[in-house]
Design a protein around this ligand. Structure first.
Ligand SMILES: Nc1ncnc2c1ncn2[C@@H]1O[C@H](COP(=O)(O)OP(=O)(O)OP(=O)(O)O)[C@@H](O)[C@H]1O
Length: 444
């Protein structure tokens, strides 16, 4: 194919100039459909080991079905080894499912040849944790790379690179090399490069995991602009719930290759269904205090210790209110309350949190207060120092019950998710496919 005149990419970049602030595209049409996809990495070593142990081959992805709507930011969260990358790499056919089907932009790509995949891959950008920039090329050269590969005419290419540099805020760094940039700037280059050919989908694989919190925020803001202003569907993989909380519209939680839960952001946080989800939420939101904290509170406070969930209702999603009238109740009850810990967060524009109080007063008044509170709120009653409620029993009787079932929670005290890969059963061959299938020069 000769140059620009026959290049749809070149044609699409000509008159518009920098992509306009188009607002959110709310099509709700499915742009990515994964149907019962399973992936088994049957490399000889793993196969031999599994056979020797009489075990089935481990499934990196195990019967996952998910629809991603055009225009949304779809977050996929899971511990390390949960199968997130493998799942996402199926979307641009860097991995092929062992079974199941993958439809992208209305086309079944499950068994499509490399040649036929090419135009589809042009509409799917990808960014990586380690940026994967060409160290030997300038910022502008890195961004121009996909356009050179697609034979864009030089003047259209230059114009497109200038648009992208401006969009990601790196115009004055155009002639620098990656080694002269900060991590955040490198990721901006990675994003600009991924956007070069006007993709409809952007896959972001742990795009902020190598960045400090402030830079993470900037890059997430940029990804949101990519989504909202350019109407690009963003699929974002992370093990950090904070990243999900900041920008995802909908979320898939993965564990051991399986899709354990899928929901819109607020519903996921307000009504988690699985221990894994509850654990991730506990890394960013105040929930029930830990067993140690409760014991410590009982050591220091004689009164009744209760945790109240504060939750804004969202009736259309079946999210009921909790703790909405607590201030009024406290003001009108003959009890004394001390706020011990907890807080309220903004999740997808709704208030959500949990606050732990000490309640003191006549025992009948305390009972009445708790009964009134319980009538319209989710609470956990930890009892008093002299009559404590067993921690497990208290949580089991509350919305926090599934926190107790998280087998990995005790291994991960911090926001960092543990690795759930079982060394006995994991596939052990390292990944061999590179970034875009053809970016051999890219840095690891
Ligand atoms: N090319 C491959 N060959 C063999 N096994 C693989 C390959 N790629 C991934 N795996 C295995 O598949 C499982 C899922 O890996 P995957 O990278 O998809 O998980 P992840 O959730 O993205 O984790 P991480 O964030 O650590 O990359 C792991 O056990 C991993 O070792």
């Amino acid at each position: 194919m000769s140059e620009q005149t026959q290049s749809p990419q070149a044609a699409s970049s000509q008159p518009e100039g920098a992509p306009a602030d188009a607002g959110v595209k709310q099509s709700h049409e499915t742009i990515i459909r994964l149907s019962h996809v399973t992936k088994v990495f049957a490399d000889p070593r793993t196969a031999r080991k599994a056979a020797k142990q009489g075990k089935p081959l481990p499934k990196a992805v195990d019967d996952v079905s998910v629809d991603i709507a055009e225009g949304e930011i779809f977050g996929i969260i899971g511990y390390s080894g949960a199968g997130k990358s493998t799942l996402v790499r199926m979307i641009n056919a860097l991995e092929r499912p062992t079974s199941g089907t993958v439809e992208v932009m209305g086309q079944d790509i499950t068994n499509l040849s490399e040649g036929k995949l090419r135009p589809i891959r042009q509409k799917i950008g990808m960014v990586f944790q380690q940026f994967n920039l060409f160290e030997s090329r300038t910022v502008a050269g890195n961004i121009a790379y996909p356009l050179v590969r697609d034979h864009w005419r030089a003047d259209y290419r230059d114009r497109r690179v200038a648009e992208l540099l401006e969009f990601v805020g790196l115009t004055e760094h155009a002639n620098k090399y990656p080694s002269q940039l900060s991590g955040g700037q490198k990721q901006r280059v990675g994003i600009a490069r991924a956007l070069a050919t006007h993709p409809r989908i952007l896959l972001a694989d742990e795009a902020t995991s190598a960045l400090d919190p402030e830079t993470t925020k900037d890059v997430l803001d940029l990804l949101r602009r990519v989504n909202r202003q350019l109407s690009v569907t963003v699929v974002l993989i992370t093990h950090q719930m904070d990243v999900i909380k900041r920008i995802a519209d909908r979320v898939l939680v993965m564990s051991h290759g399986k899709a354990v839960e899928e929901n819109d952001l607020f519903s996921l946080f307000a009504n988690p269904q699985s221990p894994v989800t509850s654990h991730f939420i506990s890394t960013v939101l105040d929930g029930a205090p830990s067993r140690e904290t409760v014991a410590d509170l009982h050591r220091h406070y004689d009164g009744r210790i209760i945790t109240v969930v504060l939750r804004e209702p969202v009736p259309e999603r079946g999210i009921t209110p909790s703790g909405q009238h607590i201030s009024k109740l406290i003001a009108s009850s003959p009890v004394t309350t001390s706020l011990l810990n907890g807080g309220v967060n903004d999740v997808a524009g709704h208030a959500l949190g949990a606050i732990t109080y000490e309640i003191t007063g006549e025992s009948a008044n305390v009972e009445n207060f708790i009964t009134a509170l319980r009538s319209d709120s989710d609470i956990v009653d930890f009892g008093t120092a002299s009559a404590p409620v067993d921690y497990e029993k208290a949580l089991r009787a509350s919305v926090f019950s599934n926190v107790l079932d998280d087998p990995l929670a005790s291994r991960s005290g911090s926001g960092d998710a543990p690795n759930e890969t079982d060394t006995e059963t994991s596939a052990e061959t390292s990944k061999t496919t590179d970034a875009n299938g053809d970016d051999k020069e890219a840095q690891a």
